[in-house]
Design a binder for this molecule. Sequence first.
Ligand code: SF4
Length: 410
Amino acid sequence: MLNVTKLLRAEQTEREAESKKSAGLSPALLRYAPSPARRKPIVVWNLTRGCNLHCVHCYTSSRAEPDPDELTTREALSVVDDLAAFGIPVIIFSGGDPLLHPGLFEIAGRAAARGISISLSTNGTLIDETTVTALRSAGFRYVGVSVDGAGPAVNDRLRGHPGAFKEALRGIRLCRDAGFTVGLRFTLSKNNVHDLPGLFDLAERERVDRLYIAHLVYAGRGARIAPRDLSADETRKAMDLILARAESAVAQERTMEIVTGSNDADGPYLYLAIARRDPALAARIHRLLLRRGGNSSGTAIANIDPQGNVHPDQFWTRRTYGNVRKAPFGRLWQDPGDPVLLGLRDRERLLKGRCGACRFRSTCLGSYRARAEVVHGDPWAPDPACYLTDDEIGITPAALELASTQPTVE
Ligand code: SF4
């Protein structure tokens, strides 16, 4: 996740990060903190595969019925105790739709009572007044609602449910009016990129606290629509629009955060765009990007799937540390049997091809290894969704040849 508005307010972000560092770490600034704080990951926990919608890009291929072997509430409560004992700072409850898990509020409430910060990632359509009360009692402060179009025409088609837009907006408004920090989440593809300006208007009109724009990841049903991913040119145009809207928000002193996700090449791209007109700001941004440290799958991010399998992130489920039914999370995390998962902790030296030779590899870390593995069959191959040119990443044919002969870890 790349917080574009925080990058544009680089001076303030650096100051805040320093003061939070001396006062103890804030989860909101975790990504801009020095590396020791990153040893305990944020956990994205897909509690269930059950969902009342059927989105075309759903990375968990969720469907109406939950899987029969999902963790029970009793099992999940014991996992929460393990996570708390290990020092996990944040759990993001996701799905499917986590509101369909019968134990959500009990599980989340236990996590909050154990000192873990809890967030909800939902399609928003199931939120009513009763849900809002239960969310507050459980200890949620942040609710992220997915919307994939600026209006019902695009959104409802992509989310497979007539009325989804209207219902999600009701959920957003209820949460916002009840005082939650509310995020609006949008997954980019050729299917909806034309709605991006309208999405910004929607987010501003609805006064959400955060607009999160994710690139497509080829996982679950998202793999089926990989041909609908944006081309490099289309991605650059979308990023230019995001940057322009973020600059305008910062200039107008709006509080809404604008965040991108699922493509760490965004950091170098924004740095280069700013460097052309404001070298001093670009230098600060570069420092923040170095501090952030690039993609965090398997380092600052972990995932638990509905069956209790632990993965390096929610999109990369073909790599597994083990199952929380068999061993505590901390033990699995600290001792991954898979050499690729171990390699993630020192991935810079393993990256091959463009990523291995790229001058931004320390600030990007090769972006999404899951995408490289799906497309190239090699987790250390270049991320196929990188949209920077060879000139921009500073590669020469000699450097590229050298980077293509890295040792293989499989
Ligand atoms: S080439 Fe790889 S490391 Fe460099 S910006 Fe692109 S994805 Fe990131």
